[in-house]
Design a protein around this ligand. Structure first.
Ligand code: UNU
Ligand code: FES
Ligand code: FE
Length: 451
């Protein structure tokens, strides 16, 4: 960690060096931020240890004692429901010598016993068992040796978020206008959403930001990257009508519409049971925002993305079109390695046939074996590999779409700055602005807006 910023082709991690690499207002992002190990190390601390991170959905741990193991950046955590039905998060490392106290993905337990020396914790974190306590320690203050907890845990529409920064803003303040969109996605019915099955997991040789960047607003790649899927008639076509919405604080949404008046499913082809409840939970503006859409996707800064799409099909001509809601985490594992976590959600009110059709639709397109994910992951891995070298990494990526031609649609009913075209790299620029702010305390896009 001693390389200097200047002169050796490596960016180093000084603020000035970062600000010269990340110039979103000009549409220029230095490639070092996708490959440099020092920048990656700093990111884990400056971005992941101070942002609100999604860790699990309450429907994954519906009963007391249920738990799943997840990560905050690369720090392992246990997410559990305790006997008093609260959701708690613990660093998954023993207070004695750091061994993981839970080594499986999920389960139900009242206690976690460390495999090293056998310290045993209740699932509310309290240390209650120390082998040979009297002989080994005489006395031991077990109260100060509970499992470590983050200072902030908040549940919103079943989404469990964690922030490890004691001085973090509240989740509400952090999300700002993004709460309006998260309500459309996860708070659309009275029964709430539930995760279907367990998340699909895979690992790709890519930098995590390439996924978050794409999901934040890359409508531009769809026609090229995924062209064969449309050529083969696997999926219905889209249009270039829609909105790119810079929601603020680095959060982003992109919505693509069906053509006006086309004979297409309304409201994401959701079943009547869901629509009926949605009438009561969402505002007319929120329902209007998804009335005529083929796809809505976006990213909650830093690494929690979603895509809700109706333009794909089950492949069964007897089946009417349905939609799927896919949420994902781009989990950093190294500068060039990312763990992809991918969930699907349906409203509790959904009939069984709809849930199954939704799952199949997801598997065919945005699942791990789906055409869309295979296309995308190949490209993100290739980008990561092709930019490792001393020449390539000194170049920049270009994000100029919409810098000169973009009109804000003042009539957009939701929060954020909505551009009335379906593709515009404004969202990626907003993502990298927030990233730079997290890394260095300066946000070029906000500063420009103030000037
Ligand atoms: O259109 C899509 N399915 C899509 C586009 C999804 C994610 C990012 C960009
Ligand atoms: Fe976009 Fe090549 S055209 S990366
Ligand atoms: Fe894609």
């Amino acid at each position: 960690m001693t390389k200097s910023a200047a002169g050796n082709g490596h960016a180093g991690n000084g603020n000035a060096a970062l600000a010269s690499l990340v110039r979103p207002q000009e549409g220029e992002i230095g490639r070092e931020i996708f490959v440099d190990g020092q920048i990656y190390e700093r990111e884990l601390d400056a971005v992941f240890a101070s942002s609100w991170l999604f860790v699990a959905h309450t429907s994954e741990i519906p009963s007391p004692g249920d738990y799943v193991t997840r990560d905050c950046g690369v720090d392992p955590v246990i997410v559990t429901q305790t006997e008093d039905q609260t959701f708690r998060v613990f660093l998954n490392t023993c207070r004695h010598r750091g061994m993981q106290v839970c080594r499986v993905d999920r389960g139900n337990t009242s206690h976690f016993r460390c495999p090293y020396h056998g310290w045993t914790y209740r699932n509310d974190g309290k240390l209650i068992g120390v082998p040979s306590l009297r002989q080994a320690y005489g006395t031991l203050d077990r109260d100060r040796l509970a499992l470590t907890e983050p200072p902030h845990v908040r549940v919103l529409h079943g989404l469990i978020f964690v922030n490890w920064d004691p001085d973090a803003p509240s989740l509400e303040e952090y999300l700002g206008g993004m709460a309006w969109y998260l309500e459309i996605l996860f708070g659309r019915t009275e029964g709430g959403m539930k995760a279907v099955g367990t998340p699909q997991r895979s690992r790709a040789r890519m930098n995590w930001k390439l996924g978050a960047d794409n999901f934040s607003g890359d409508g531009y790649h769809v026609a090229m990257t995924h062209r064969h899927a449309f050529d083969l008639g696997l999926f219905g076509g889209g249009t270039m009508l829609g909105h790119t919405i810079d929601v603020g604080n680095g959060h982003t949404v992109r919505i693509q519409n069906f053509p006006e008046g086309a004979p297409v499913p309304k409201h994401l082809a959701l079943p009547p049971e869901v629509l009926e409840s949605m009438e009561r939970t969402l505002s007319p503006e929120q329902r209007g925002a998804i009335e005529n859409i083929t796809v809505m996707h976006g990213n909650v800064f830093p690494n929690f993305s979603f895509v809700d799409a109706v333009f794909t099909t089950t492949g069964d001509p007897e089946m009417p079109p349905v939609s799927f809601l896919n949420a994902r985490l781009w989990q950093p594992a190294a500068a060039d390695l990312t763990d992809l976590w991918s969930w699907i959600f349906v409203a509790e009110e959904s009939p069984d046939w709809w849930e199954e059709a939704s799952r199949v639709t997801f598997v065919r397109s945005h699942g791990l074996s789906g055409t869309f994910d295979q296309d995308d992951v190949e490209i993100w891995s290739n980008i990561t590999e092709a930019n490792q070298g001393p020449i390539a990494r000194r170049q920049t990526f270009n994000y100029e779409v919409g810098v000169r031609v973009a009109e804000v649609d003042e009539a957009w009913p939701g929060p954020g700055r909505a551009y009335g075209v379906d593709y515009n790299e404004a969202n990626q620029r907003a993502f990298y602005s927030k990233w730079l702010e997290s890394m260095s305390g300066a946000n070029p896009i906000r500063e420009e807006a103030r000037a």
